[in-house]
Design a binder for this molecule. Sequence first.
Ligand SMILES: C[S@@+](CC[C@H](N)C(=O)[O-])C[C@H]1O[C@@H](n2cnc3c(N)ncnc32)[C@H](O)[C@@H]1O
Length: 276
Amino acid sequence: MELLKKINNSEFKDIPDLQGWVGDAKFGLHQLTQYFNKNNKYDVLEIGCGIGLLLASLKEKFPNIITQGIEPYKAGFERLKATKNLLPKSISINYLKFEDFKPNKKYDIIYSVNVFEHLLNWKLYLDKTKEWLKPNGVNVILCPNYSFPYESHFKIPILLNKKITYVFFKNKIDRFEEEKKSLGLWNSLNFIKMRNIKSYCLNNEMKFKYCNNIFNDIINRLDEDKEFQNRQNFVGFIAKNLKKLGVLKFLNKNTFHSFHPYMKIEITKKSSNEKN
Ligand SMILES: C[S@@+](CC[C@H](N)C(=O)[O-])C[C@H]1O[C@@H](n2cnc3c(N)ncnc32)[C@H](O)[C@@H]1O
């Protein structure tokens, strides 16, 4: 966490959105820590790693890990480039899409944070990452769940589906993309639902697990992370009131898991004696 503190407190303060990137890396670090033990060595791959803030923070906390990242959108992170000198050189980033990545080893942990909802071919991602895992390796996916009718990048409700939502919110979506200089963001979203990932895993010899602790962790983040609170003020407002009414505990029951707004999924390979 020293690294993230240094970046947040330093001369980089004027970089737009930096607080958001740092907050996301901090959150990612918290979500991934459970998979590592300080004394063990791990081969780790992050997909869609940006400039590598999260990879660097993991390396700082678990010096024995061997980190690799994939990031196709190098130019998009140019504005963060000034912070790069603080990142250790041992973090190797491959500037390409996961579709073009050809690893020469297998991994203990493969993960991505807020990437899966942007993938053109998410089934291919599951197939490839399954191939890249060691026999006991884990693939962790953190991303929004579009079974919950809310689009968190644009902060709008989802009306039936992507097409109809666009018709209703065209002006807001176009204005947002222009203001944030993120043309193509709406098009990139695949509106992935937890149940689609689950069913694909179960039909393709992968084990699927939803880690429902993410529900409380997101609610807590809305309480503790001011920048995140500002970014997601509408959901924050709803969550706060549901919490007051005691409804959140109820929503964390099994029946509602597939409608949670954000998902943390663990995917592992089925071993040969589990195959039918
Ligand atoms: C919202 S950003 C998230 C960046 C970072 N993981 C984070 O949480 O701060 C989405 C990322 O997904 C990456 N991405 C999209 N399609 C990809 C693909 N086919 N292969 C690898 N990365 C991809 C983008 O380049 C971008 O860095």
